[in-house]
Design a protein around this ligand. Structure first.
Ligand code: PAF
Length: 272
């Protein structure tokens, strides 16, 4: 695997290979990332993975500092998967050039996580736009677990007529239904069980809404049960129509229940 740190080395590779698959990450690699990488390799052969913990998308300095970093473990995973290129930029490499495209922040960025993490999506789009300008990948692989991020990147790409295709990938889960996330490592056994119980409850409640043909979706019961489980802080529990991106009202809409809550100091998100 070739590790690229500088733009000039990146340019050499881009000039040589005209159809790169790109998998942006912040490290802390897990089975979800592995799925994206395997899919990218299958579809496009030459995969380029980036690892960069982007400070601009953290609205809390403590969260940025404590974000899980384990480059040795990440390198082992990437080598095992036979990844050809790893981009490991510095802050300066990424943020010191003037971009061609303007960041397009669709109004969906004000909802859900956008409401509770001010500046987060602007920070994500800033770095992703820079990657796209530098790497010019044929395809970018992103997970549906971060659905809001996925949608906002798609909107930015389409608004700026960027030629990269977005490949949306399904959420990968443990057998206890917990979605893989870099943040899971900071959960104790007890907290893991609690998180699993919470997400299973949301899944069950969604099934009930569908089965009972509920005409006015209310998620108060879920919130109450999560508090009963001992969860102390919930940012949101919201049903969102996956096409219109508006609040889902009725059972027969194509919707997911989006959630963000804290277990101890760890903030978990999912959409089921
Ligand atoms: O999903 C992530 O890990 C990050 O938000 C991304 C897309 C790599 C941008 O820093």
């Amino acid at each position: 695997m070739k590790i690229i740190r500088r733009k000039k080395d990146l340019n050499k590779i881009i000039n040589k290979i005209n159809s790169l698959s790109f998998i942006p990450t912040m490290g802390g690699l897990h089975k979800g990332h592995e799925f994206l990488i395997k899919k990218a390799k299958k579809e496009n052969k030459v995969a380029l993975v980036s690892i960069f913990v982007n400070p601009k998308q953290f609205n809390s300095k403590i969260d940025f500092k404590s974000y899980p970093r384990n480059i040795n473990k990440d390198l082992k995973i990437l080598k095992k998967l036979n990844v050809k290129y790893l981009y490991l930029p510095t802050y300066k490499e990424i943020f010191s050039f003037k971009t061609k495209n303007k960041i397009y922040l669709h109004s969906f960025s004000n909802r859900l996580c956008g409401k509770y993490r001010p500046g987060h999506f602007k920070g994500v789009l800033n770095v992703v736009n820079r990657y796209l300008e530098l790497i010019k990948p044929k395809k970018i692989y992103l997970g549906k677990k971060d659905f809001q991020q996925l949608v906002l990147i798609k909107k930015h790409i389409s608004k700026n007529n960027i030629k990269t295709e977005v490949v949306s990938c399904n959420t990968i889960r443990y057998s206890n239904f917990l979605p893989y996330s870099s943040r899971n490592g900071s959960l104790s056994r007890y907290s893991t069980d609690l998180a699993s119980k919470a997400f299973k409850l949301i899944k069950k409640e969604k099934k009930i809404i569908k089965r009972k043909k509920i005409k006015k979706i209310s998620l108060i019961k879920i919130k109450k049960k999560l508090f009963d489980f001992g969860i102390k802080k919930i940012d949101y529990i919201e049903a969102v129509n996956l096409n219109s991106l508006k609040k889902a009202k009725k059972y027969n809409e194509k919707f997911n229940i989006f959630s963000a809550f804290y277990i101890g100091k760890t903030r978990l998100i999912d959409n089921i």
